[in-house]
Design a binder for this molecule. Structure first.
Ligand code: SAH
Length: 640
């Protein structure tokens, strides 16, 4: 499930050891492990689930090449190179090729590191195998997003350009000017402190990145020869990214052909020097939702078809209203009004276009083709925010008590694969080694949990995959509940955004594991924080837990301002339990500043307790032995 974006994956091993290493990756994923027929006996004996190929591996790889997104070999890199060399075509179409060494310690991204995703796949496999990813791309080494991957999270499309030239300039640390005329600038806020990008006009650039809805600038605006680097007569290398910001408003007569609509769009784009890759989708009136040509065109190009009813369209003020159109469909404008509505994210109002986030507008033009029936009207509006074209995801991730070893591989993969990571700054620091260049990382202060949840939903609704991290388990006094509550209040359908939950080791388990087996029998957790829960309710639960002889974990036991709660809690427990009841006070379990104290209920207040501490109060049978806290598994034969 976690490597789903790479599926189908072919895993190739030619030795029993290799098969054993790669089989770990078969769980949960659309991955097939292939081994030679000659290893059938070994793999069956070892209980390794594999498929078998006969004949040469070269032929076998050639057969799988076209249909697989990724290949993971446990084989010498030289052998892999010879196998794949005749099959390689272009970095934009070749599958990801990853090599794992025979000891399973290194995962090498061999080929199609960026667009094929091999770098990312190598990272994720390394997390799963507890190995080191070997990524040799220059941008990764510099902590930078690759030039040809920059816009991928936002659904931008690659346009014209010298991609190798600009990437080389970045690798050499040359000044690269970024001219961003369209789409989100969020990526700019998440670059490392030292990066070669320059957003103003100050330094002399050695390369350019255009982020725009326009076609190649140098050729059409000034002529290539004007962009010369100072030291040579060669034109500066430049590339074009096209965020999907253009909404094409279309009005047409019933039965208009798909060719005519496509030709009309093409002409308006060419005449205005616009890139068709920057098209977000088509907008029209609702009665055209079943227009065959529009539906087919949208399907073919993977464009959404947004429709609006005439009551909404007629509220939009447009440059070219038409009485004829109004009489026919009840609004004086279809193409212009629909383009504007789509670009304004469905919030038509009478304010000027600029205030509504429309950056650019091409008024309607009418097209007919000689000898063909039908007519089509096309208008274009450029939205502030790009259309990503994916269903967003929220990954609710528990990072465990603090040390990465105590975080599940699935949770690690979730963080590393997300487009954006949101969480409290301390926890983000603890998982920093999982972060990768180009990720949007937003750490918010501890008090702003609700804002964090809202921000995650906002980014996911836009189309990003967002990891929301909590320490311990995200569903235990964590961010998980806040996100789901917030989604519920927004009328969430349960699917969009998609939610996936990655459990983590909660503080009570982490604390327990450091002192013995205090949670061996019935237990409960009570948070002493009355910020979100009334104190009377907390007291009631303390009373009930103490009375029912539950082992009790106290979360949020004491803060700088909340000092009385722990005293009251202790007094309540003393009403029902012996003063000598064992108590563990565990602070910052599995972190560098970990502190552990084993004490008793009557002496609990002699130990320093703060917000990084969990207090475990034993039940009436809990005892200590040689500095270990033991709650017996059962009490048969005991009274009490
Ligand atoms: N979601 C977290 C709990 C967050 S509430 C979880 O499942 O663990 C915050 C409280 O958790 C802290 O006040 C403290 O009581 C406890 N806590 C979190 N991390 C801890 C750690 N490493 N050691 C001890 N207690 C911890």
């Amino acid at each position: 499930m976690l490597l789903a974006e790479f599926s189908p994956i072919a895993l190739i091993a030619t030795t029993p050891t290799g098969a054993k290493i790669l089989q770990v990756l078969c769980q949960n994923q659309a991955a097939t492990l292939w081994v030679p027929e000659s290893l059938r006996k070994n793999t069956v004996e070892e209980n390794i689930y594999a498929s078998f190929y006969t004949g040469s591996l070269k032929n076998h790889i050639a057969n799988l090449w076209q249909t697989h997104c990724a290949f993971v070999f446990c084989l010498a890199t030289g052998a892999v190179m010879r196998l794949i060399a005749p099959l390689l075509q272009h970095k934009s179409t070749d599958p990801a090729v990853v090599v794992v060494d025979e000891t399973g310690r290194f995962v090498i991204s061999l080929c199609s590191g960026h667009q094929g995703g091999a770098d990312q796949l190598a990272r994720l496999i390394a997390l799963q195998l507890n190995a080191t990813p070997v990524l040799t791309g220059a941008s990764t080494g510099l902590g930078l997003p690759a030039v040809d991957m920059l816009g991928v999270p936002f659904g931008w499309r690659r346009g014209e350009g010298d991609w190798t030239g600009v990437s080389a300039a970045v690798a050499r640390g040359k000044v690269v000017r970024v001219i961003q005329e369209a789409g989100s600038t969020l990526w700019q806020n998440h670059l490392p402190p030292k990066h070669p990008f320059e957003f103003g006009e100050s330094a002399t650039p050695q390369a350019k990145i255009w982020i725009t809805s326009k076609l190649s600038h140098s050729q059409t605006r000034h002529g290539a020869s004007l962009h010369l680097s100072p030291s040579s007569t060669l034109p500066l290398p430049e590339v074009h990214w096209h965020p999907r910001v253009l909404w094409v408003g279309v009005g047409c007569e019933r039965g208009t052909s798909r060719e005519l609509i496509a030709a009309a769009i093409q002409q308006v784009f060419a005449a205005n020097n616009l890139a068709e890759s920057a098209i977000a989708g088509i907008a029209t009136i609702d009665i055209k939702a079943d227009e065959v040509a529009l539906m087919e065109l949208c399907q073919e190009r993977n464009w959404p078809l947004k429709t609006f009813c005439s009551e909404i369209l007629r509220t939009v003020s447009v440059p070219n209203p038409s009485q004829v159109v109004e009489q026919e469909v009840g609004t004086p404008s279809v193409a212009e009004a629909a383009a504007l509505c789509a670009a304004c994210h469905l919030t038509p109002n009478p304010s000027p276009l600029a205030e509504r986030g429309v950056r650019f507008f091409v008024p309607k033009q009418i097209f007919r083709l000689q000898g063909e029936s039908g007519a089509v009207t096309v208008a274009i509006a450029q939205a502030e925010k790009e259309y990503i074209g994916r269903t967003g995801k929220i990954l609710l991730v528990g990072t465990g008590p603090g040390h990465l070893e105590q975080m599940t591989p699935a949770a690690q993969i979730a963080v590393s694969s997300a487009d954006a990571v949101i969480g409290y700054s301390l926890y983000i620091e603890l998982i920093a080694p999982l972060l990768r260049p180009g990720q949007i990382v937003e750490s918010l202060p501890i008090t702003q949990e609700r804002q964090r949840a809202q921000r995650a939903i906002e980014l996911a609704n836009w189309g990003l995959s967002v990891a929301v991290i909590s320490s311990g388990d995200c569903g235990i006094y964590g961010m998980g509940g806040l996100v789901l509550e917030e989604l519920q209040s927004l009328g969430w359908d349960g699917k969009t955004p998609n939610i996936q939950i990655f459990p983590g080791i909660s503080a009570l388990q982490a604390a327990a594991s450091r002192v013995g087996t205090p949670l061996m029998h019935d237990f409960c957790a009570i948070s002493l924080s009355d910020l979100l829960t009334p104190w009377e309710a907390i007291e009631k639960r303390l009373e009930a837990a103490a009375m029912a002889d539950f082992v009790t974990a106290l979360y949020n036991p004491r803060s700088q301002t909340r000092t009385q709660q722990l005293i009251i809690a202790r007094d309540i427990f003393l009403k029902y339990r012996q003063p000598s009841t064992p108590v563990a006070v565990v602070r910052s379990a599995y972190r560098q500043d970990e502190q552990i104290t084993l004490t008793t209920l009557d002496k609990l207040l002699d130990t320093t307790v703060d917000m990084l501490t969990t207090v475990l109060i034993g039940n009436s049978h809990t005892r200590t032995h040689a500095n270990w806290m033991i709650t017996p598994r059962g009490y048969l034969g005991f009274s009490g």
